[in-house]
Design a protein around this ligand. Sequence first.
Ligand code: 8OZ
Length: 365
Amino acid sequence: MTEALFTPFTAGEIEMRNRIVMAPLTRNRADDDTGEVGDLHVEYYRQRAGAGLIVSEGTQISPVGKGYIQTPGIHSEAQVAAWKRVTDAVHAEGGRIVVQLWHVGRVSHVSIQPGGAAPVAPSAIPAGSKTFIKGGFAETSAPRALTVDEIADIVAEYRHAAKMAIKAGFDGVEVHGANGYLVDQFLKTGANTRDDAYGGPVENRARFLFEVLEAITDEIGGGRTGLRISPFSPANGISDADPQETFEYVVKGLNRFGLAFLHVVEGATGGSRELAEGQSVTALKDLFDGPYMANNGYDREMAVAAVRDGAADLVAFGKPFISNPDLVDRLSVDAPLAAPDQATMYGGGAEGYTDYPTLAGSAAA
Ligand code: 8OZ
């Protein structure tokens, strides 16, 4: 019997050969000066093209949107040309790939910002979290609050990045609205104390996200646009007074964009799936009209059940894809999975990146 997890699915305009998604994974191997990906990335993503869909690592829409060393961009022509080699390689293997459009907001450091400036955010409230800079981990720098004109400029940068994504051969984009970065900072009360049209009630806190989605979907179409959110995650020092209320409003508002998918980090990012009293991802899923992509700590059994029972259309796996390039093949035969090496996760070269063997490769070795 073929489990539904292994059957094709079409999300918006993106046709996938199975329901297994490679989640976005920051690996810090891009050229730090140019934000270009290289030969290693071509090989890494090619190896993982068996996924129904790959969501690329977080990729900056602008130099100010960068928060960590050696993360890639999708705003310059050179970055587009570099990514085109990746998308061509994935497509040659029959895979699909979208780029995750990322602006870190306050989760950055003066040493990474153009001209050594302060990072930008909805409000001048430090994240109180860590980033990695040249030389290692560092406390994030205190941000300054964006002006309304600057917010409009960032919306235009998202539009530009989406256009560049299509030029680079991506099948679409995923807006990174999760994990305490800029979109999440606007949405959540712990990072947004603005008293203008972008802060205060949820109608205002959601304005930035909706403007971003309006611009991107106008540029490339809703069927090529996905969104990732992490309503209940405390990642990167973020918090909200009433996440259930906030995200019920957000998800209802998404329906007008005809998105390809909504990708939800269920629980604390990379951590517990437990939710507090009154919190429910099912309630959010039920409010969304389009395909639902579930993520966070899924194993084979959970993923098979989620798709079979209609709790998810797609399931995204993160860490298992680091150490199992042939994850779909392994899941399909219920083969054991290799564990990832924490020491080579962020930064470095081929080791711990493109040298994890396939099941066939490890049997031969
Ligand atoms: C791990 C390290 C650095 C960044 C996220 C983009 O949490 C990230 C990230 C993860 O979404």
